[in-house]
Design a protein. Structure first.
Length: 418
């Protein structure tokens, strides 16, 4: 079994490297299908809305098939409906359903908790536990193939976009991290941005060092391209100073000066919540620059964290900044939002009650559940961006992460009720 597994993996990786980036995933799934004797194999990528999967296919224009087209490229959107595909992503487990032409299998394509999509195949015979383990492992390999090849082509990004982006939306998209979710031994985090009709300049960011997690949530004043450009200054400055190894106060002071000196619109500013979490101790330094205070969910109770007050970045060029801190305990959840979650109709949302109701969800599903709640009371079109960022603290930084096929199943969300 071991030698056969190694042979399959080697063939998949060779197929990916020999094909062009646009065709790499198809080449890998073709090899996988032949190795497993599958009747059909397909990769379904997660839509950027977080509420659907997208089947990408190369179909000549003269072949009539419904879906969004770009030349011969076809993207077919499959909204979540609570069925096996959504359940597989949500629970991060392989799902199997018998049907007339064989056994339909859905396997999560995941890396460090980031749900990239699903591997879907039809097998002629019912797979046993060993077969399903093999499918899950190969789906994990497929995640790396997607991550490696999407750097070289717009195909995957195009397929994920259910609706076209504006220029400001395009700029904003590039300011976000390449993965919205990250699992490590000591923490799990996920961010989400629900854009307004006219982009409001929200961003979130994070970076993991050996013993420290850096993160930020920012909100640039205004809307549209001007706001996106101000956000670019703020995020670029914060990343630059973070990569130079300076602390939170120095990061805020540098970003404050950079936004004040270089903004295209006089008087523009950026509110920000900056964090630096020590993964050995759970001590989290936090700096609030005119932002909504972060919330700590502990033992079912939600409490706003009181931090030293600071002006937004760029508002006054000569101002100084102060940071506070909170010590996290295993089981704690730290939640940061932007004012789009609290403005106008969204202010009627009982956020503490909502946070209690989603306490058992993986941050990946929790941020989307919160976004859905905001859309329900303020949508379908938001006046301002709504951004959410959640960190679950587990402790145990010195321990190895317990994962299978790219995810820690003990942290995954439970299945939706039938």
């Amino acid at each position: 079994m071991g030698s056969n597994r190694e042979r399959i993996m080697a063939q998949m990786l060779d197929a990916a490297e020999n094909a062009s980036p646009v065709e790499a995933v198809e080449a890998v799934t073709r090899e996988l299908g032949m190795a497993l004797g599958a009747r059909s194999v397909a990769f379904l990528i997660a839509d950027l809305s977080g509420r659907a999967l997208v089947r990408l296919a190369h179909v000549p224009l003269h072949v009539a098939e419904e879906g969004r087209r770009d030349g011969d490229e076809l993207a077919t959107v499959m909204p979540f409906d609570g069925g096996p595909a959504e359940q597989a992503l949500r629970t991060q487990t392989v799902r199997v359903v018998g049907q007339p032409d064989g056994w339909m299998v859905w396997a999560p394509v995941t890396d460090r908790g980031e749900a990239i999509g699903l591997l879907q195949m039809v097998l002629p015979a019912e797979p046993d536990a060993r077969d399903l383990e093999e499918v899950g492992r190969t789906a994990h390999v497929l995640a790396f193939v997607v991550i490696a090849n999407r750097r070289h082509t717009d195909l995957f990004e195009w397929g994920q976009r259910t609706t076209p982006f504006t220029l400001s939306g395009e700029i904003q998209r590039r300011l976000l991290p390449s993965s919205f979710t990250c699992e490590a031994s000591a923490f799990t985090l996920s961010g989400w941005l629900e854009p307004a009709a006219s982009v409001g300049g929200d961003t979130f960011d994070y970076s993991l060092a050996r013993d420290v997690l850096h993160f930020s949530v920012t909100d640039a004043m205004g809307h549209g391209v001007a706001s996106a450009l101000t956000a670019t200054l703020g995020v670029g400055s914060l990343r630059n100073s973070r990569r130079r190894g300076v602390g939170l106060v120095e990061q805020a002071e540098a970003a404050n000066a950079d936004v004040a000196d270089h903004t295209a619109v006089p008087g523009s500013f950026v509110t920000a919540l900056l964090g630096r979490l020590d993964l050995r101790s759970g001590v989290c330094a936090l700096l609030n620059a005119g932002h909504i205070p972060p919330m700590l969910v502990r033992d079912g109770n939600t409490q706003m964290q009181s931090l030293p007050g600071n002006f937004p970045l760029g508002m006054f060029a000569e101002t100084t900044y102060r940071a506070g801190e909170v010590t996290l305990r295993p089981g704690d959840r730290l939640v940061v939002v932007t004012d789009g979650v609290r403005e106008r109709n969204a202010a009627s949302l009982d956020l503490p009650a909502m946070l209690r109701s989603i306490a058992g969800l993986h941050p990946r599903e929790a941020v989307r559940a919160l976004a859905d709640a905001v859309l329900e009371v303020s949508g379908p079109t938001l006046v301002d961006d709504a951004t959410l960022f959640i960190i679950d603290w587990h402790g145990g930084h010195a321990e190895e992460r317990q994962s299978s096929a790219g995810a820690d199943q003990t942290r995954a969300s439970t299945a939706l009720p039938d």
